[in-house]
Ligand binder design. Structure first.
Ligand SMILES: Cc1ncc(COP(=O)(O)O)c(C=O)c1O
Length: 398
């Protein structure tokens, strides 16, 4: 039967690509340390879980398409706590950040339109772009340059008649970079001049380790109609399975347009929306403590990587990911080998090859991404196993 070009062109998630090999390793009784997916091992807060336990209604009704008023108010209050003043009609609650990205691309681009993106980037952006027939145009941030913000000239050179937006992720998955006021101001000036949208995925807003306060694109009044923030509680409150996110924009035409998409898919689950209200009202209670844990995990991983000869990496400033260059020709081969051919006392480690975080062919072939989502003891143990694995792989392959 016929399948659309759209579905054929949509890539499989590289994060899940090795699931079959992982299953085989598990079936051999091997413990697999998971550094491959941004699913932290921390508990979802009790206040979230309590909502489900307390529910005694007889019917779970559809929520309003924009979101339950109580949840919209809680998001508004959350943004106030971040120093950002918005109204509830600037918000649309979505099925995680994922749906917010998809809705935004579909709302601002026609098929074949272009969106500029800094690579390496969160790989599922490729999937959302393929689903909405949008062409992502990469601007490379180089590892040798600590994945620093590209120059405005480099960005300008990629703008064409089809460009509709610049899409950033700050703090960044996968590079761990954080864009500061100067970087953002330069970008804001550019999108203002070129009349482009600036879409900013800020799901890791609270996870910054160098003491710098996060700067949202919503805090630049000069691009009020052009700024769109993509947000989620998946990482912030370790509630990945709750699927509650939102998009925020002060551009009323845009949000009212996107509301039509939201109406077509009816609603985001009712109890899940209600469950996040207490945390959105008092976010710091949770995020301050988990930030400290991530920082400790980051430091263990960074030190371990630096002690492995031939491995290169930069200390991440935010999110909970690190990119490392390995002394291998093909990181994908190494990642598979760790699952199929290696074990150390029935233990192995699963990481993600970084190739698919780039669009430019050839880039990231010798890089991996590690998500620092395991507790400190497991992180230490997993890094020991990882180092042994890499050492053995290099002996066999050189
Ligand atoms: C940068 C970024 N945006 C969006 C998402 C997806 O978030 P959600 O679970 O809210 O759909 C992720 C998940 O890893 C992410 O890293």
């Amino acid at each position: 039967m016929h399948l659309s070009k759209r579905i054929i062109n949509t890539p499989s998630s590289p994060i899940r690509k090795f699931a079959k090999l992982e299953k085989e390793a598990l079936s051999k009784g091997i413990k697999v340390f998971h550094f491959n997916i941004g699913q932290p091992d921390m508990e979802t807060p009790q206040k979230i879980r309590q909502t489900f336990a307390d529910f005694d209604g007889k019917i779970v009704l559809y929520a309003p398409s924009r979101g339950i008023p109580e949840c919209l108010e809680a998001w508004k209050k959350y943004y106030q706590s971040q120093g950002i003043s918005i109204e509830t009609d600037n918000i649309i609650i979505t099925l995680g950040a994922s749906e917010a990205i998809l809705f935004t691309l579909m709302a601002i681009c026609d098929p074949e339109d272009e969106v500029l993106i800094f690579e390496p980037f969160y790989t599922n952006f490729s999937g959302f772009a393929a689903m909405s027939n949008v062409k992502l145009v990469p601007i490379t941030k180089k590892r040798e340059n600590n994945f620093a913000f590209p120059s405005i000239e480099e960005i300008k050179a990629k703008i064409s008649e089809k460009t509709k937006a610049v899409l950033i992720c700050n703090p960044n998955n996968p590079a761990g970079t954080v864009y500061d006021q100067t970087d953002l101001q330069a970008l804001v000036d550019l999108v203002k001049e070129k009349n482009l949208y600036l879409i900013s995925d800020e799901v890791y807003r609270e996870f910054i380790y160098n003491g710098i306060a996060h700067k949202s694109v919503l805090s630049f009044p000069e691009i009020e109609d052009q700024a769109v923030v993509i947000d989620s509680v998946s990482k912030r409150f370790n509630h990945c399975g709750g699927r509650v996110g939102c998009l925020v924009s002060r551009n009323k035409e845009l949000t009212e347009g996107i509301l039509k998409f939201a109406q077509a898919r009816l609603a985001v689950p009712t109890l899940e929306q209600l469950s996040v209200v207490p945390l959105l009202n008092t976010p710091k209670e949770y995020t301050d403590s988990v930030r400290e844990s991530y920082k400790k995990r980051r430091d263990i991983i960074f030190e371990s990587l630096r002690n492995i000869p031939g491995v290169e990496c930069t200390l991440p400033q935010g999110s909970f990911y690190i990119i490392a260059r390995l002394p291998v020709n093909d990181a994908e081969d190494f990642v598979s080998w760790m699952l199929t051919d290696f074990e150390d006392q029935k233990r192995t480690v699963m990481v993600t090859p970084a190739k698919d975080f780039y669009l430019t062919p050839g880039l990231g072939k010798d890089e991996i991404r590690i998500a620092y989502v395991l507790n400190e003891d497991d992180t230490k143990e997993a890094m020991e196993v990882f180092a042994k694995g890499l050492n053995k792989y290099l002996k066999i392959n050189t």
